[in-house]
Design a binder for this molecule. Structure first.
Ligand SMILES: Nc1ncnc2c1ncn2[C@@H]1O[C@H](COP(=O)(O)OP(=O)(O)O)[C@@H](O)[C@H]1O
Ligand SMILES: CC(C)(COP(=O)(O)O)[C@@H](O)C(=O)NCCC(=O)O
Length: 316
């Protein structure tokens, strides 16, 4: 292989190499953290949290400290008054790859490195167009595709956060009603860290053919970004399993958009989930999500049982 073929902006760690980094700092998961993490996902493997996610949050914490220092020095140089501006972490990856679980684990663990750290979590689902608008545009079967998001509002939200505005509002999505909740907002105030989780967070802006790319990317506002990666066969399995669990829980709610699926048997549920996966989420994964993987600062690859098999980290 020639020099160019060998070039990569990433360092690669297998899980053993990564877990060893835990020895650099005394890192144990406390019983209180285990309790809080059980609230995130009661099947989470606590050894996995200790081996993989603790070192990862320490690394992000070091990065955040350095970036605050840089922010301070830059403000002194520019003779600007310092404002409280959050450190922003983006988490991307396929539908059902485990983004929201990882986001909530990071939210819990990032608070441990300093006292009084406020970590807020915002998902980009809230920035989807409401179903009525998707219907209007004829793209109800494209939910999650780039054109289904109000990217302008998402960029405005990030701009407000990074400008140090003390009260910033994000729209909220309900997985129960499968729609944006029109009269509910999530307020982000005085956060030290904001995690932005969603399939679209590393995507480039839409542009007309031949147009020069001088637009703002969502990721321009990120201080650190993570792509959660896995083989499609595993993601499909997790998607189907989540669908089956929801059939026994959320789909039974009369408000559920999917209540018609509550009485499907296992086989019918499998075929229904697989059909939605293939028509919508699989297509989106290949066309719009996987191509953004190499824009991340860190690529976390998971294998069976959600265990991390490899971590790629951008060389500085
Ligand atoms: N680390 C993990 N351990 C066990 N189960 C997990 C883990 N991460 C995700 N899951 C399960 O996989 C499914 C998809 O995860 P979720 O976080 O909802 O994905 P996403 O936010 O990417 O759509 C859910 O059923 C979730 O409970
Ligand atoms: C709203 C979503 C695009 C968001 O995905 P997430 O960020 O939760 O992984 C997705 O859950 C979705 O609804 N996809 C459309 C097809 C489906 O119902 O799975």
């Amino acid at each position: 292989m020639g020099v160019i073929e060998n070039m990569t902006p990433f360092m690669t760690f297998n899980r053993q190499e990564w877990a060893k980094l835990r020895q650099s700092y005394p890192m144990e998961v406390t019983p209180e953290e285990i309790e809080r993490l059980k609230g995130v996902n009661d099947v989470l493997n606590i050894d996995e949290v200790a081996d993989i996610y603790l070192p990862m949050t320490r690394l992000i914490n070091l990065h955040a400290i350095a970036s605050q220092e840089l922010y301070r020095s830059r403000n002194i140089f520019l003779q600007k008054q310092e404002k409280k501006v959050p450190y922003i972490i983006g988490i991307a990856g396929s539908v059902a790859v485990g983004k929201s679980t990882i986001a909530r684990v990071l939210q819990t663990l990032l608070s441990r490195w300093d006292t009084d750290v406020k970590v807020d979590l915002v998902t980009t689902d809230g920035f989807l167009y409401p179903n009525a608008e998707l219907e209007n545009r004829g793209i109800m079967n494209k939910k999650g595709f780039p054109e289904s998001y109000d990217v302008h509002s998402l960029l405005k939200f990030l701009e407000e956060l990074k400008s140090g505005k003390s009260h910033v509002e994000a729209p909220v999505y309900s997985h129960l009603t499968y729609d944006v909740i029109h009269d509910e907002k999530q307020v982000v105030t005085e956060a030290d860290i904001v995690i932005i989780e969603g399939i679209n967070v590393l995507q480039p802006p839409k542009r007309a053919e031949g147009e020069y790319d001088d637009q703002v990317y969502v990721s321009d506002y990120f201080d650190f970004s993570i792509f959660v990666d896995a083989e499609e066969v595993n993601i499909l399995h997790w998607y189907v399993e989540r669908f089956k669990t929801l059939r026994e829980t959320a789909f039974r709610d009369p408000l559920s958009y999917f209540k018609k699926y509550a009485d499907l048997n296992d086989e019918e549920a499998y075929h229904m989930a697989k059909d939605i996966w293939e028509r919508i989420n699989r297509k989106n994964l290949h066309e719009n999500i996987l191509p953004t993987r190499h824009r991340a600062d860190l690529i976390l690859k998971k294998g069976v049982h959600h265990l991390v098999t490899e971590i790629k980290m951008r060389k500085l």
